[in-house]
Design a binder for this molecule. Structure first.
Ligand code: G1P
Length: 291
């Protein structure tokens, strides 16, 4: 079955970015000039996804508005002949995928948020894309997972090696051998282990391809680490009845879910942004001399 649906959980409270996220969705914070969620939607589209469900929390109307038309703004830009800007606005409206929205009434964790996608997904394989991770590679990571699925017909998670002292911030896999270059069989999936207890340094990054059987497990609402329903726990359970693989991602990953990562990503993307890259480069070199 063709993978054509994606779920983007965007219901977190965004507390790491307060006060900016008091009234604004974290997913609307821009990297230079584009909200992080637009990068995610673009990756989905580039990977052949047709329908996307965004799981929202409170104060998230800005996400829906971002992908909607803005007649007053468009008229204004058209009247002033600002075609490039108008094209930019149209790109967000005519994004080329169908967007659906649902609200998660209580922030009960990633597993609970994904569980809300059950009737949207129905009986199809689907991808989960987390907004905190931006990926860059020749082939989009979501497309890589879909390619693996087309071969294996199994669930696959993207993983990446992280420094050992950082494993506690991630779901971590216990690999049990490579089936192909970079594709692992997995013994177990552990949410946020202590570095001493971590089975490896292969951390789950924000892209998952899952079979719909995951919903039968998420429906049980088992509470895990941090008092939340953990997607990692449900995947570990799924792996006992059907194989779940891990794909090691060799491209670049930018973690925009914390302040330092966000600032670094802004600099990296700024250094490639046609409008600001030259000035930014000069500025960083000059600034470096003073530091
Ligand atoms: C979530 C998942 C975790 C995963 C991480 C990737 O954690 O629970 O397994 O490794 O995303 O970004 P969070 O960052 O939401 O705490």
């Amino acid at each position: 079955m063709k993978v054509r649906k994606a779920v983007i959980p965007a219901a977190g409270l965004g507390t790491r970015f307060l006060p900016a996220t008091k009234a604004l969705a974290k997913e609307m914070l821009p990297i230079v000039d584009k909200p992080t969620i637009q990068f995610i939607v673009e990756e989905a589209k580039a990977s052949g996804i047709e329908d996307i469900l965004i799981i929202e929390g409170k104060s998230k109307r800005s996400i829906e508005d971002h992908f909607d038309s803005a007649p007053e703004l468009e008229q204004n830009l058209a009247a002033k002949g600002k075609q490039t800007m108008l094209d930019m606005v149209h790109e967000t409206t005519d994004i080329g995928v169908n967007l659906f929205y649902v609200r998660q009434p209580h922030p009960l964790g990633l597993g609970d948020a994904v569980g809300m996608a059950k009737s949207f997904v129905a009986d199809e394989p689907f991808v989960v894309m987390l907004g905190d991770d931006l990926m860059r590679d020749k082939v989009p990571l979501t497309q890589q997972l879909i390619n693996d699925y087309n071969q294996t017909k199994s669930s696959i998670l993207a993983v990446k090696r992280v420094p050992h002292e950082e494993v506690g911030a991630y779901g971590v896999i216990a690999p049990s051998g490579e089936v192909q270059d970079g594709l692992y069989n997995v013994d177990s999936f552990v949410e946020k282990p202590s570095p001493e207890a971590a089975p490896s340094d292969l951390a789950i990054i924000g892209r998952y391809l899952l079979t719909p059987e995951i919903f039968g497990i998420l429906d049980q609402h088992k509470i895990g680490k941090g008092g939340e329903v953990q997607l990692t726990d449900a995947i570990d359970e799924l792996n006992k009845t059907q194989r779940v693989f891990a794909r090691e991602f060799m491209g670049e990953r930018f973690d925009v879910g914390n302040k330092f990562g966000f600032v670094k990503t802004t600099i990296e993307y700024g250094l490639r942004h046609p409008e600001v890259k030259d000035e930014l480069r000069k500025y960083i070199i000059e600034l470096g001399k003073l530091l």
